[in-house]
Design a protein around this ligand. Structure first.
Ligand SMILES: Cc1cc2nc3c(=O)[nH]c(=O)nc-3n(C[C@H](O)[C@H](O)[C@H](O)COP(=O)(O)OP(=O)(O)OC[C@H]3O[C@@H](n4cnc5c(N)ncnc54)[C@H](O)[C@@H]3O)c2cc1C
Length: 263
């Protein structure tokens, strides 16, 4: 069973950062993942008093505080208008509404979980992560970094014109995904973020602009094959590497066609 010796609701991020320097301290989000651990922690650091539970929309960006819940992502009109519902689609099958009411963006992105629908969808956008010590880092770089003692403060999604769609393959709704897939087109460049391979989401972009210009079903299929060739797949209890390799082009193609229709 998880054990916490003391609980501190911090007054500011500096206090949280100082407390979290100790190796047996822990930042708590919604605690859904944490509660399954058997670790005995010294100090649980609660950021819920810092006003980081809001999605702030400006002309240029969405700023999403680390204590924003997955349900807020799902129901935010501006974010779902910008993404043509891709964010809602990404989180809607994560357990259930009560769970999503308390699971946080901070815990979801910080964990860099292989199965993460949340990481997958935000990787497909122009997203940066703001950490208290390290400052602003692209999500793409953050996803490859090892967890340290820093604090994830917020995500920033720049409102570049985008075509985007999200699809995932699951054995059953609310189960962990077998494969996650977000495709996007920003500045004429297509990219696909593929997660649950079962390792964490990676972005494959058409850097050589091989698939630029008008997108057709044939081109979408070819891009799907291109994406699958660039990735390494593995097996787990939910599916084999071979199966994942085979469904990747299918999901990429379907998502591209969906992105084309919904903008
Ligand atoms: C049964 C179950 C099923 C799930 N299914 C899915 C799924 O299908 N798809 C999916 O995408 N996700 C899934 N998840 C993951 C879930 O959506 C959350 O990502 C996860 O619970 C973590 O969020 P949390 O708020 O509960 O974080 P917590 O459990 O509180 O924290 C998780 C980790 O992040 C750290 N942390 C939290 N906030 C910060 C911060 N601001 N700065 C630094 N570190 C921080 C904590 O110290 C801890 O190490 C599932 C989780 C569970 C328990």
């Amino acid at each position: 069973m998880l054990q916490l010796k003391q609980y501190v609701k911090v007054a500011n991020l500096d206090e949280a950062y100082e407390l979290n320097k100790k190796k047996n301290s822990v930042i708590v989000g919604g605690m859904h993942w944490l509660k399954m651990s058997k670790t005995a922690y010294g100090t649980a650091i609660d950021l819920s008093g810092l006003g980081l539970d809001e999605i702030v929309e400006t002309e240029e960006a969405f700023e999403i505080g680390c204590m924003v819940s997955l349900r807020q992502l799902e129901t935010h009109t501006g974010l779902n208008t910008y993404t043509a519902g891709a964010v809602r689609e990404a989180v809607k099958d994560i357990v259930g509404v009560q769970f999503r009411n308390t699971a946080t963006v901070g815990g979801s992105i910080w964990g860099r979980y292989g199965f993460s629908d949340v990481l997958t969808v935000f990787l497909a956008m122009d997203t940066t992560v703001v950490c208290h010590k390290a400052g602003e880092i692209s999500l793409k770089e953050f996803a490859t970094m090892k967890a340290d003692r820093d604090i994830l403060v917020k995500l920033i999604v720049k409102k570049k014109p985008i075509q985007i769609a999200y699809l995932a393959q699951r054995h059953a709704r609310t189960d962990f995904p077998m494969l996650t897939c977000a495709v996007s087109c920003i500045d004429g460049k297509w990219a696909a973020s593929i997660g649950a391979r079962p390792s964490k989401a990676m972005l494959v972009a058409d850097d050589e602009m091989l698939f630029a210009g008008e997108m057709t079903e044939e081109k979408a299929k070819a891009f799907g094959n291109y994406v699958a060739e660039k990735l390494v797949f593995g097996s787990n209890m939910r599916g084999s590497a071979d199966y994942r390799r085979q469904i990747t082009p299918v999901l990429v193609k379907r998502a591209i066609m969906k992105a084309g229709k919904e903008q």
